[in-house]
Design a protein around this ligand. Structure first.
Ligand SMILES: [Cu+2]
Length: 124
């Protein structure tokens, strides 16, 4: 009996870890994650005046966020980072997306991979 519980805990830890590390990498299991689509807070970012538009976004704490970069976003701006949240992903196309779940309220800076385009993510 003890063994089974131990195995279950282990599976759980591996699962959660895999999910956490799937953010910022390209391994999004065919773009399908564990959560269903309705649970995501969808954010679409475009580009205006050499920066992300909108460049201030606000989301709810503890709920998964899915950011899509539309087709106006080019070059290194497709490399999207939120350093404080360990989010780092190159989104190849508008079909690709960046997913993460902010677990703490606050204001975070997001930026392109080279730090040229920047913006604010407000977690409420
Ligand atoms: Cu850049």
């Amino acid at each position: 009996m003890k063994k089974i519980i131990l195995v279950l805990i282990l599976i759980c830890i591996v699962g959660v870890t895999a999910f956490l590390f799937s953010n910022g990498s390209d391994t999004n299991i065919d773009g399908n994650s564990i959560k269903s689509d309705e649970e995501f807070q969808e954010v679409v970012l475009g580009m205006k005046n050499y920066n992300y538009y909108p460049n201030e976004i606000s989301v709810n704490v503890g709920e998964p966020v899915r950011i899509t970069l539309d087709s106006s976003v080019k070059g290194c701006y497709r490399g999207f980072t939120i350093n404080e949240l360990n989010v780092r992903k190159y989104s190849k196309s508008p079909e690709d997306y960046i997913e993460f779940t902010p677990m703490e309220k606050g204001t975070y800076r997001f930026a392109c991979s080279m730090g040229m385009g920047t913006g604010k993510l407000i977690v409420k």
